[in-house]
Design a protein around this ligand. Structure first.
Ligand code: SF4
Length: 223
């Protein structure tokens, strides 16, 4: 119903509707502070910079990503960014040598991303994320609004194009992620991100050489 109503809505209208539907106390945006993240954060900040932003600090992020988070907080005036870490107990029990990303990346993503996100989203009844259909793969047919267990999940960029994202950067004079200049089209955890050639899909550098294409936060219900 909501998805149908928002099928042709602008990203700002989708976020405004999410706010009206559940209220700010119940709404969070999840951001990786990656190569395209500033666009969604800018749209959100223009609607309401106090919407809580959840950032999964997996323990394997590039220093540049942590610095970019701080740059965007300052540039966009984000008022409630929450950096969420995995549980120490889970890390020492399941990944004491920090090799799980190699031996079992799904388990690594589970303890460093999926479980921390599920914990962080507990107080909220809806969340916003930045996936786009043009990213292809499992994302090619995402709706604008979907059910995620007991929560609503809003995808304000579902039907925006790469050019529209670029236009938001240009218009807002948004700083690029520092690693874009060195050839990263998509940035996640250090061991699982590599540079991508200009003619490759943006996410081709993620989990390169493996069948894995998603970390699990969008393919596992959060509740
Ligand atoms: S992206 Fe790689 S390092 Fe990061 S949590 Fe997943 S498997 Fe681990």
């Amino acid at each position: 119903m909501l998805d149908l109503a928002l099928r042709d809505a602008s990203p700002a209208q989708v976020i405004e509707t999410a706010l009206k539907t559940v209220g700010r106390e119940q709404l969070a945006l999840v951001s990786s502070f990656g190569t395209e993240s500033a666009a969604l954060l800018k749209v959100m900040a223009d609607v309401d910079p106090a919407i809580p932003v959840i950032f999964l600090d997996t323990g394997w992020l590039f220093e540049e990503t942590l610095a970019y988070r701080d740059t965007l907080i300052a540039t966009l005036g984000l008022r409630d960014v929450r950096s969420i870490k995995p549980l120490d107990e889970a890390l020492s029990r399941q990944d004491p040598d920090r090799e799980l990303w190699f031996t079992d990346p799904d388990a690594c993503c589970r303890i460093r991303k999926v479980e921390p996100l599920a914990r962080a989203l507990k107080p909220f009844s809806a969340w916003i994320n930045g996936r786009k259909r043009f990213q292809g793969g499992a994302r090619a047919e995402i709706p604008v609004v979907e059910e995620d267990g007991t929560r609503l999940k809003f995808n304000p960029f579902a039907n925006v194009s790469r050019e529209e994202i670029e236009a938001i950067y240009k218009l807002g004079k948004l700083p690029p992620h520092p690693l874009v200049a060195s050839g990263y089209l998509s940035v996640g955890c250090m061991p699982c991100s590599s540079r991508a050639a200009a003619d490759e899909d943006a996410r081709a550098g993620r989990w390169r050489g493996r069948a894995k294409t998603e970390c699990g936060i969008h393919t596992t219900k959060t509740s």
